[in-house]
Design a protein around this ligand. Structure first.
Ligand code: TYM
Length: 332
């Protein structure tokens, strides 16, 4: 059976981008594959969260994984730092990751631009750690959003290079996976780019947002003054709202508003009201489970203990084999 590995950074609450880009695929995949889903708390350290914040956000992401429908009996859910073998593999793989290729990564360049005061080595080698998350369990399918495609390409490069260097076929290639024919990119509400916390709180609809908050955020989302000629190309902010509608509404609803836009008869107030109601409908079941699960400390602890044990068993086997391949053998 093929192995699936994927993670989400522990940077706080999960938004609709995480949900439709990754989580909804996780939920579907657990019936068909051997799945490992983890909370990437080591990756989060690149931004230096306080210890209290880090713990709270890890717990939050676990709760939201479970609320979204990941079943701890079918899948392995764990916290990345509970499996120190990942950090060990990261050390080994860093030896054959080159500065030039790491510096050229789009996500690194973006981070340098947005955060010039914190260009740390962890940021540079972020893709190596991500590759190790996948390779440690021999993952071949990785459910992620479009933004992670380049990281998957780098994962394949590191795996192939290791194989070549040690004349082995030990690591397999891993590929990004989505149930929809294309990888998903969920746009944000601020008028540009993908939904993400780095664009500000108002850019994101969180799975834990109440219906009132969702309605408020959608009504305030950036649009424009409206079309002035039939069949006009939509500006990015408006196209983004239509793309969001494509994600949460029915095809009929989308066509209805598209026709109104194309005939210059659209009223953004009605359009946004419909979008908000469809978002409330899409998120409400997850939100109500979040409210239930977050109260249940004993359940969360049980899930994570079970997950850490399963993930460690898999990781320890890989580390033993990798050490042997590399010649790290005890002489006593
Ligand atoms: P992260 O935490 O930024 O995002 C988690 C997942 O959500 C997807 N995603 C989106 N998809 C569509 N539209 C959006 N607006 C959007 N925003 C986020 C991401 O593609 C991702 O699948 N590096 C990873 C975490 C990670 C990982 C891994 C993933 C660490 N190790 C190993 C897979 C395998 C990240 O930062 O995701």
């Amino acid at each position: 059976m093929e192995t699936v590995v994927s993670g989400i950074r522990s940077t706080g609450k999960l938004h609709l981008g995480n949900y439709y880009g990754a989580l909804s695929n996780f939920v579907k995949m657990q019936n068909e594959y051997n799945c490992f889903f983890f909370i990437a708390d080591l990756h989060s350290l690149t931004t230096h969260p306080t210890p209290q914040d880090l713990q709270a956000t890890v717990r939050n992401v676990v709760v939201e994984y479970l609320a979204a429908g990941i079943d701890p009996e079918k899948s392995t859910i764990y916290v990345q730092s509970d499996v120190p073998e990942v950090a060990e593999l990261y050390l080994y793989m860093n030896m054959n990751a080159y500065m030039g290729e790491l510096e050229r990564s789009t996500s690194f360049k973006d981070k340098v631009r947005s955060n010039p005061d914190n260009v740390n080595a962890g940021l540079l080698t972020y893709p190596v750690l991500m590759a190790c998350d996948i390779l440690i369990h021999h993952g071949t399918k990785v459910p992620v959003g479009k933004d992670q495609e380049q990281h998957l390409e780098m994962t394949r490069t590191f795996a192939n290079r290791f194989n070549h260097l040690y004349n082995t076929a030990y690591f397999q290639e891993a590929f990004a996976f989505s149930y929809s024919e294309k990888l998903v990119k969920v746009p944000g509400l601020s008028g540009q780019g993908k939904m993400g916390k780095s664009n500000g709180e108002a850019d994101c609809i969180y799975l834990s947002d109440s219906p009132e908050v969702i309605r408020k955020k959608i009504m305030r989302a950036v649009s424009d003054a409206g079309p002035t000629a039939p069949n006009q190309t939509k500006p990015e902010a408006v196209q983004n709202l239509f793309d969001l509608m494509k994600v949460v509404s029915t095809a009929d609803t989308l066509t209805h508003f598209d026709d109104l836009y194309n005939s210059c008869a659209i009223r953004y107030g009605d359009f946004k009201k419909q979008l908000a109601e469809d978002m409330v409908l899409a998120t409400e079941p997850v939100r109500s489970r979040i409210l239930e699960i977050e109260k249940d400390d004993a359940y969360i602890q049980k899930v994570l203990k079970m997950g850490a044990e399963k993930a460690q068993a898999s990781a320890q086997k890989t580390i033993k084999e990798v050490r042997e391949i590399m010649g790290l053998k005890r002489l006593y």
